[in-house]
Design a protein around this ligand. Structure first.
Ligand SMILES: [Zn+2]
Ligand SMILES: [Zn+2]
Ligand SMILES: [Zn+2]
Length: 98
């Protein structure tokens, strides 16, 4: 009877590092506002830009949280706050700023 292989601990520190932020690039925003909110006639607090595809959506402090919804639909990991996205980026996978 063969014991199951031990899980390697080499990855133990990896979750503390986030490679998503480094992999993200600056992309052109697809819109100047959160399109779902505009369609519903609703407002937002801040806008976040998906650095995978350029989707613009409202932040987690907004009533509809479309940026988080976009991550849950697409698995695109990193968003940047508009308009100064270079200064503030958020990794949804690691749930922290990167
Ligand atoms: Zn990450
Ligand atoms: Zn929205
Ligand atoms: Zn995206």
């Amino acid at each position: 009877m063969t014991p199951p292989p031990m899980h390697r601990r080499a990855d133990a520190g990896a979750r503390h590092r986030c490679s998503h932020g480094a992999a993200a690039r600056q992309v052109e925003p697809l819109s100047t506002g959160c399109l779902p909110c505009r369609q519903q006639g609703e407002g937002w607090v801040e806008l976040w830009l998906c650095l995978s595809c350029g989707w613009v959506a409202c932040c987690d402090n907004s009533p509809n949280q479309h940026a988080k919804a976009h991550y849950q639909e697409t698995d695109h990991p990193v968003a940047a706050r508009l308009p100064d996205g270079a200064h503030r980026r958020w990794c949804y996978v690691h749930d922290r700023a990167v």
